[in-house]
Write a protein that binds this ligand. Structure first.
Ligand code: GRG
Length: 305
């Protein structure tokens, strides 16, 4: 679905627009993982199972909304690159659930990938999704090489030793000793913030924004990503498996902002982050009304006391 650019953002119903974006992303993800009949192996099934479950698609929607806030420039690329980010996210969830990591049994309301396909196929499916992600961006031949290269670089950095893998290593092997909320926030940045930031930055790159605007978009998404992880920690403590669609109370023996500061202070921290995000968005000079409402909508239910 394309945003009708003649409409002002105030005229657009956010929920309806986000629902249409989610449908558009889901349809694209399905196409991205179409395999030829000869390739229909357990591995391909595991990749589709992990990707095409009931994810909220927050990261691709963020990527597309940034390009739409810039007038829709580069939107087709933002859609595919956003989907690539969702592939990376799905790859990370497969690994995170493994017995050697979080040992979670349920994801998106159904058995974790390793529970259904076994550990080995789950690991291979994660690697398959990760590589398909880079392929999707590289294949977008109607987009300039410089834009595709920049997007791949941002995504690779987000996955690597300044991002997800570093966050996961710290989570598994260092976090238990944390007593300081700022160290937890640093970890939240690596585990979750970087991928949010990559999504928004790639949307900005797709729209060919000026460097100052890209920096403001990155600041905006950094605050959103860190707040999202704190909200996720609140879900872990307050949610139920049924509504969360995944195991809860996984963090009972881990330091989180919630365990170190208490629920009210964690909520307050989310609200502060939202304020910072709004300020950064205003500095970007984008038409950010929908972005702001979207971010409010994904965080609001957890940040209210
Ligand atoms: C090599 C890709 C790769 C990763 C290796 C395992 C790992 C390092 C990182 C895991 C990081 C992780 C699981 C962070 C948690 C992020 C998070 C808040 C997940 C929940 O996101 P939602 O709520 O979930 O967007 P849905 O299911 O809606 O997509």
């Amino acid at each position: 679905m394309n945003l009708h650019l003649s409409e002002t953002h105030e005229d657009i119903d956010l929920d309806q627009h986000v629902a249409l974006l989610r449908d558009e992303v889901n349809a694209r993800l399905d196409l991205i993982l179409q395999f030829l009949p000869a390739q229909q192996t357990g591995l391909c099934s595991a990749m589709r199972y992990s990707l095409l479950g009931s994810g909220k698609r927050v990261r691709p929607i963020l990527c597309i909304l940034v390009s739409e806030a810039a007038g829709g420039r580069g939107r087709a690329f933002a859609l595919d690159a956003g989907c690539a980010i969702e592939l990376v996210h799905a790859a990370s969830l497969i690994l995170d659930d493994l017995p050697c990591m979080d040992a979670a049994t349920t994801r998106r309301g159904r058995p974790a990938t390793y529970k259904k396909f076994g550990d080995a196929t789950a690991i291979l499916a994660s690697i398959g999704l990760l590589n398909r992600a880079y392929e999707v961006i590289a294949e977008h031949s109607s987009t300039d090489d410089a834009i595709r290269t920049a997007a791949i670089r941002v995504l690779a950095t987000a996955v690597g030793t300044d991002g997800l893998v570093a966050g996961q290593e710290i989570d598994l092997n260092e976090r238990s000793a944390f007593t300081d909320a700022s160290r937890v926030e640093g970890l939240n940045w690596l585990k979750t913030g970087v991928l949010f930031s990559a999504a928004a930055e790639i949307g900005a790159i797709a729209a060919e924004l000026e460097p100052d605007a890209i920096r403001a978009v990155k600041r905006f998404s950094r605050h959103v990503g860190v707040a999202f992880q704190t909200a996720d920690d609140l879900i872990d403590q307050e949610g139920e498996l049924q509504s969360a669609g995944k195991d809860v109370r996984q963090d009972d023996y881990k330091p989180t902002l919630v365990s170190l500061m208490g629920k009210d202070a964690a909520r307050y921290s989310c609200r502060q982050r939202l304020e910072e995000a709004r300020a950064a968005l205003a500095e970007s000079n984008l038409d950010g009304a929908l972005l702001k409402s979207f971010v409010d909508s994904i965080l609001a239910h957890r940040t209210q006391g």
